[in-house]
Design a protein around this ligand. Sequence first.
Ligand SMILES: O=C(O)CC[C@@H](O)C(=O)O
Ligand SMILES: [Zn+2]
Length: 530
Amino acid sequence: MVSPWKTASVPGLQLGLGCGFWICRSYRFLFRAGAMGPHVVPRQLVWLSRWQAVCAWGASVQHRTWAGVSRIPSLLSSGGALSSSPLVCRSSSSTPPGAPEVVLTQQRYPVTRLPFSVVSSEDLAAFERILPGGVVTDPEVLEASNVDWLRTVRGCSKVLLRPRTSQEVARILRYCHEKNLAVNPQGGNTGMVGGSVPVFDEIILSTTLMNRVISFNSVSGTLVCQAGCVLEELSRYVEERGFVMPLDLGAKGSCHIGGNVATNAGGLRFLRYGSLHGTVLGLEVVLADGTVLDCLTSLRKDNTGYDLKQLFIGSEGTLGVITAVSIQCPPKPRAVNVAFLESPFYVLVETSGSRAGHDSEKLSDFLEQALSSGLVTDGTVATDQTRLKALWALRERISEALSRDGYVYKYDLSLPTERLYDLVSDLRARLGSQAKHVVGYGHLGDGNLHLNVTSEAFSPSLLADLEPYVYEWTARQRGSVSAEHGLGFKKRGVLSYSKPPEALRLMQQLKALLDPKGILNPYKTLPAQA
Ligand SMILES: O=C(O)CC[C@@H](O)C(=O)O
Ligand SMILES: [Zn+2]
């Protein structure tokens, strides 16, 4: 039988139908109305709007108009050029040539420095004794660590510390606690909400040199490693041993696992493997006063008292510094396919399974039905690694493409799936020509909208049209004002749109208990106290 899917595919498209597939008929509804029952659980499902697909692609090939998926094959057959570009790695760097300097956070935002001590030469000498050779005061290195990768917030720290062990972290924090010095823990500095850079002159405590794998159990798939291991390197490490990391992000080339856990990063495998609250088995954390909390267990089951590690997952470095992580890695799927399906919305679906032949049959059935019913108009499917990666690059690089469109106002919202796109259309009408682009994409299966609005430069009047409007809109849907990026510095003032006063009060009490002097990542996560 001739598959309608193949018949309708654009010339030159290679459809790999030998693959695992988990999509069921309920997807019809998903594509039409943007809704999905909780019982429908594909391995990956990410949603792109028309412009995003263009945007992601445009980052390297400079197309601004969508010309149909037929353009993709040439891109793919060119050896997956997309995935080899350095854009895939997000890292902070010194001011790119010609780029305007980032306005200091303390100048752009109404924030007052708290009464912490200022780092003295005596402090620097003490740090040098704790970390011989690990104290950085070179302004050029500091410039990069003071600015977020989006180039929207900038601190003025004068010192960066690079410990190698948890004991060194403990000694640093003990000292800072005693001297009332504020500390900004920093991983790969790839966050979206200004949580990983200082607001004023906080000491930057980097996990860069804490990059050792401590152990890996090749039977259970449990990985134990230091906090500064780069996600992509961990992925490679476990994949060579037949497992995968339970999380994957566009920033994988730069982000650190400790930062991922500290921010409870969601990412592209969330739908399949769930949250870090489920996959992290244990943590080692250094508390504000230098106490080392060793909860680095690898047990699958441990029901002894409060599950303290959960407090630190998503606490954004405000309750303690994560120094090591024990994480459960799932087995590497043997058959993987990525399908990119069409208009007017673009959906990237990844399937993973264990029997290519069986999976292929299911995928084929689904695509035939989807196409013959008119649910999907066109698309492409990839099974080989190069094409698969190139399709994912379209999705993973949207964020970076947007960052080249000017100043980006970012909102990371959890919403009822059926309302996910309404806010995008609404804002396009509300903002008119004030905004360069109003873009909605994200993780459809998770009900997570990434709303991005761009303008030539930062504009207070555009911001006033966006906020609190976006937050009020979200609160009316009982959504969340931060689905996966956390609150950091930029969103700390909007926590009350998603949490009741009682929850806020308890969070403040926990902060006071664990960090009574407030030295850990100040001005982040919790609203400023009156
Ligand atoms: O840039 C954004 O708005 C989202 C970034 C990231 O969470 C993604 O899903 O690509
Ligand atoms: Zn995301």
